[in-house]
Design a protein around this ligand. Structure first.
Ligand code: UD1
Ligand code: CA
Length: 482
């Protein structure tokens, strides 16, 4: 029986030993977002009634971040990493309500998780936390296949990678139906020749799936409880299992840093195509690096070699010139950024603002039409509309202990190589003379200069040179005597 009730189980308790990392594998990022978040986001598009994330002991940081995502996410702990089948089994208590009429089972105590409703049954989809390229469409296609009339009780996702590497192999009977999945370590030479591989996701009736999982053994090359073992058990018990084939670029599993780089490259191709489809021009797409959450408006032009870290939103008609680096920044319509500009988190550019070469902006707002065209650092500041920040202007926002804010009023003009020692205020329309070191407030409309006075001694250069020459001769004469 198919059901509209759906729970998603995401497995992420594995150590990721092949990564050789102090950080948990599924927290490594693709396009500025953790692999786990990619999978959880794709799963969330199905609007499942419940998501169960399986983690190992001591993964509290991951659990916390995951819980912050929202209400229907439950955490299950797999006490020992005994394999993907054991990981699913450890989600059992959190899957109450999906286990069929026999329900709870011995281990479901009061803290077992959600109560079993009157309709004890539903579908369970299992996904792996290390398949960051998974899309909502592929998951939706699985759900659709499962809800079709006469659909099989279990569905596995298979794919044909260019290099089948160490994926589990999908073995089919003479009639083409799924017979079993054999893990690479256990596969015979003939089975290793099979190009059809297990993608890792599976979907099925909760009661059937969990009863098969409970029967898994670990008599295999790795002494692990393989989730993939359920398909042979299903066939033996007369359950119908089917195959949903997916695009290899979607189900690639990331087990090493080399694979992480491959996943990143594939994701970039996808993201570039997306922003171009939405109306941005990428002059040389392969040199533009995007984050999963990058938002570009229409008629945005991105010149070559531009990097977008997480949290960047760019309005319509903006031009980002070559070699700029943006992260956590908001750029309003019509602004021009770069070449060689750096927008750090909290940078907010108003409409038509201009930020030129070698300008760094952090936690600072530039009003509409404000300009900082060359060589400046603006941190913890509010710059008014149409203000002009001269070349070499530095906001000294940090005194070695704390950060302080600076305000520059509308239409103010800051002369070149000015140092503004924060906290500082420059009133609207004021002009600060070039080379100033500003240590107190500049009143609106004032002209303020704070620099050493210039002295001119007529003919002084020749006299200076003469003195220098004498000093040099005296010292070299001294050397000869000794
Ligand atoms: C798994 C499949 C393989 C498939 C491949 C697709 C099994 C036995 N093998 O192999 O058929 O081709 O994925 O990418 O299922 N995990 C736990 N607890 C554990 C072990 C793993 O939660 O005890 C989690 C991992 O964090 C990971 C996922 O399960 O997110 C898959 O585990 P991994 O070790 O990467 O499996 P593969 O060897 O890649
Ligand atoms: Ca894997």
């Amino acid at each position: 029986m198919t059901s509209d009730k759906l729970a998603v189980v995401v497995l992420a308790a594995g150590q990721g030993t092949r990564f050789k990392s102090a950080q948990l594998k599924v927290l490594h990022e693709v396009a500025g977002k953790s692999m786990l978040d990619h999978v959880l986001d794709a799963a969330a598009t199905l609007a499942p009634e419940r998501i169960v994330l399986v983690l190992g002991p001591g993964m509290e940081a991951v659990a916390e971040a995951a819980r912050a995502r929202g209400g229907n996410l439950h955490i299950a702990i797999q006490e020992q990493r005994l394999g993907t089948g054991d990981a699913v089994a450890s989600a059992r208590a959190a899957l109450a309500g999906y286990l069929g009429p026999g329900e709870a089972g011995p281990e479901a105590g009061p803290e077992a998780g959600p109560e079993a409703g009157p309709e004890a049954g539903g579908d369970i989809l299992v996904a792996f936390g290390d398949t960051p390229l998974l899309t909502a469409e592929t998951l939706q296609a699985m759900v659709t296949a499962r809800r079709a009339p006469g659909a099989p009780e279990l569905l596995c996702v298979a794919f044909r990678p260019d290099d089948p590497a160490q994926y589990g192999r999908v073995v089919r009977g003479p009639d083409g139906t799924l017979e079993k999945i054999v893990e690479y370590a256990d596969a015979s030479a003939a089975e290793r020749e099979i190009g059809l591989c297990n993608g890792g996701m599976l979907l099925g009736d909760g009661a059937v799936l969990m009863s098969l999982v409970a029967q898994l053994g670990n008599d295999n090359a790795k002494s692990e409880y393989y989730l993939t073992g359920i398909f042979a058990l299903a066939r033996a018990a007369g359950h119908r299992a089917g195959i949903a084939e997916a695009d290899p670029d979607e189900v690639m599993g990331v087990n090493s840093r080399a694979e992480l780089a491959v996943a990143e490259a594939l994701m970039q191709v996808r993201l570039r195509a997306q922003v171009m489809a939405e109306g941005a021009t990428l002059v040389d797409p392969t040199t533009v690096w995007l984050s999963a959450d990058t938002v570009l408006g229409r008629d945005v032009t991105i010149q070559p070699n531009v990097y977008f870290g997480p949290g960047v939103t760019v309005g319509d008609g903006v031009e980002i010139r070559a070699f700029s680096h943006l992260e956590g920044a908001t750029v309003a319509a019509g602004a021009v950024v770069g070449p060689f500009a750096r927008l750090r988190p909290g940078a907010v550019l108003g409409a038509g603002a201009r930020v030129g070469n070698f300008v760094e902006i952090k936690n600072a707002t530039l009003g509409a039409g404000a300009k900082a065209n060359h060589l400046a650092y603006l941190g913890d500041a509010e710059v008014g509309a149409a203000a002009n920040i001269g070349a070499g202007t530095i906001i000294c926002n940090y005194d070695g202990l704390a950060k302080h804010r600076t305000e520059i009023g509308e239409g103010a003009f800051i002369g070149s190589t000015t140092a503004l020692v924060a906290p500082a205020t420059v009133g609207a329309g004021a002009t600060v003379g070039a080379g100033s070191t500003i240590t107190r407030d500049v009143p609106a409309g004032a002209v303020s200069t704070a620099r050493g006075a210039q002295k001119d001694r007529e003919g002084g250069a020749a006299r200076l040179r003469e003195r220098q020459r004498r000093r040099r001769d005296r010292s070299s004469g001294g050397e000869k005597k000794s």
